[in-house]
Write a new protein. Structure first.
Length: 131
């Protein structure tokens, strides 16, 4: 076995030692229902106190969008506002406002977040136009 941290080795060995489920007693369900149940179990195991809707939201955040700064062609993950070089140009108070409004994803879609994001984009656009 290749080198893994102790916690990972325990998980792998436990998974290998687990008995195969008896499929004869299982009711026939659709593939969609099977996937939904599996996602729900994984979501509860990985993210305590959150269910399938939160897991779907997290999976949706993995998509990409273009950087909103004028003339920037970089693709950034959905969880980020803009690419790293442009984020470094944002003034620290505006960065703080964006992070406070984001609030670990709970502020998604709020007017405070939209205003903070617009201010950050405006700040970078002004700095890149003057450069």
């Amino acid at each position: 076995m290749r080198w893994w941290p102790r916690w990972r080795r325990r998980l792998v060995l436990a998974a290998r030692a687990a008995p195969e489920p008896d499929t004869q007693d299982m009711p026939a369900i659709s593939f969609e229902e099977y996937v939904r149940r599996q996602l729900h179990e994984v979501g509860d195991a990985v993210i305590p106190d959150q269910g399938l809707d939160d897991l779907r939201a997290q999976l949706a955040r993995r998509s990409l969008h273009p950087c909103p700064v004028t003339r920037c062609r970089r693709e950034v993950p959905e969880r980020l506002l803009m690419c790293a070089p442009h984020w470094r140009l944002v003034a620290p108070p505006i960065k703080r406002a964006v992070w406070d409004a984001w609030n670990d994803g709970r502020g998604r879609g709020s007017t405070a977040l939209l205003h903070a994001q617009a201010a950050a984009i405006r700040c970078v656009n002004e700095r890149t136009e003057n450069a």
